[in-house]
Structures are given as structure tokens and as C-alpha cells.
Design a protein around this ligand. Structure first.
Ligand code: GTP
Ligand code: MG
Length: 200
């Protein structure tokens, strides 16, 4: 499950501009600032393959990265960016829904959930939308290294709370993995998981 080579292929503004070959791909989805681009960099062990920022809304297009010349990892714009205009938010859903519903080569969505904050309604809504559309999904909890001093729950407590809310809607809980792009936690597990999904 090792990554030997990663190559940025292209940025697409619309689903129909995405690469047309049928190589399997994984989409990285989640709230703005949850750590999507950082996770990609941690997976491929390169600092700036995917551009990151402290300010939400950094990634604006569908970015395809080709791994080992055989499968894609796709960095998507985040949802739930509070400062985005209504028009931009409408755009987000039209554009990403277009991608999800028409992408035959999609193996699974990695839905990133920030483990350093309590469950967010927008993440639950997103998970339920993906579930309703029968798109295979893995929960990737990010920022598991982040512990807030004093008040505030620990990452493992936030994860448990999120799962209790999710379980009501699924016969089987989707697979899930704890990660940190800072410490590298979960990296090898996630790569192994992705290789198993590709080989089904
Ligand atoms: P958009 O492109 O705006 O949707 O954001 P994104 O989801 O791609 O987030 P990005 O990777 O740019 O990271 C946002 C911020 O969170 C950056 O300041 C990162 O350094 C920080 N961050 C990302 N992953 C982790 C993590 O695992 N732990 C900690 N402590 N910080 C992280
Ligand atoms: Mg990003």
C-alpha cells in the first residue's frame, strides 16, 4: 500500500471537466478547514502537493492527483464556509453533487470530520446525503492530535458522540479511522484501507 509517486493532473471547475479515464478514485470531502488538503499531503508525504491554509475556502476546484500512475485522490472544495456568499454555497452543492452522482470511477468518499470539535449538523447532513445516495463512505476523523485545555471534550469523546448520532441511520456503521496530519496517526491504516477498497 505504499505511495511511490504522486502527480498533480488537473483542476476542474465542473464535474464534466474531470479526467475521463476510468482509474479508480477516492474523493476527499469535508467542511472547509477540516484538513482535507493536509491529509493528502500527509498521505503522500509531501508538504505542498495540495495547497493548505489557515483560512477556510482555500481549495476552490476539483483537484485530481494521480498516485502510482494507477489511482486518483481528489481534493474537493470544503462545504460550510460561513463567509461564503449564498451564490457560492449554491454553487458548491450543484458542483459537488454533480461530481458525486456522475462519477462512475468513484471507489469511496472519505468524509473528513474534525475530531477536535463536537458533532456538527452540517457534517451529519452531509453523511446522510451520501448514505441516501448509496455512495460508499469512510469516516476519517482529523486533528486527533488536538486537545483543548480545560473545557471542551477530547477527540475520542467527540468521535463517540458523532458515532452515536450517525448509528441511528445505518444498518452498519461505515468504516472509520482516526488521523492526524501533524503526528501521522492513521496514515498507514488509511492507505491499507484504500488499497483494500480498490481491490474489491
Ligand atoms: P479548504 O481547502 O479551505 O476546504 O480546507 P482544508 O479542509 O483543505 O484544510 P487544510 O488542509 O487547508 O487545513 C486547514 C488548517 O487546519 C491548517 O491550518 C492546517 O495546518 C490545520 N490542520 C490540518 N490537519 C490538521 C491536523 O491533523 N492537526 C492539526 N492540529 N491541525 C491540522
Ligand atoms: Mg483544501
Amino acid at each position: 500500500a505504499q505511495i511511490k509517486e504522486v502527480e498533480f493532473v488537473k483542476s476542474s471547475g465542473r464535474a464534466k471537466d474531470c479526467p475521463r479515464d476510468a482509474r479508480p478514485e477516492f474523493a476527499i470531502l469535508g467542511r472547509s478547514n477540516v484538513g482535507k488538503s493536509s491529509l493528502i499531503n500527509a498521505l503522500v508525504r509531501k508538504k505542498e502537493v495540495a495547497l493548505t491554509s489557515k483560512r477556510p475556502g482555500k481549495t476552490q476546484l476539483i483537484n485530481h492527483f494521480l498516485v502510482n500512475r494507477s489511482w486518483y485522490i481528489v481534493d474537493l472544495p470544503g462545504y460550510g464556509f460561513a463567509k461564503a456568499s449564498d451564490a457560492a454555497r449554491m454553487d458548491w452543492s450543484a458542483f459537488t453533487k454533480g461530481y458525486f452522482l456522475n462519477r462512475d470511477s468513484l471507489v469511496a468518499v472519505l468524509l473528513l470530520i474534525d475530531a477536535s470539535v463536537p458533532p456538527q449538523k452540517i457534517d451529519l447532513d452531509c453523511a446522510n446525503w451520501i448514505g441516501r445516495n448509496n455512495i460508499p463512505m469512510t469516516f476519517v476523523f482529523t486533528k486527533c492530535d488536538k486537545v483543548k485545555g480545560g473545557k471542551g471534550k477530547r477527540p475520542d469523546e467527540n468521535i463517540r458522540d458523532f458515532q452515536e448520532l450517525i448509528i441511528q441511520n445505518y444498518r452498519e456503521h461505515p468504516p472509520w479511522i482516526m488521523t492526524s496530519s501533524v503526528t501521522g496517526l492513521g496514515r498507514d491504516n488509511l492507505l491499507l484501507h484504500m488499497s483494500q477498497l480498490r481491490n474489491y
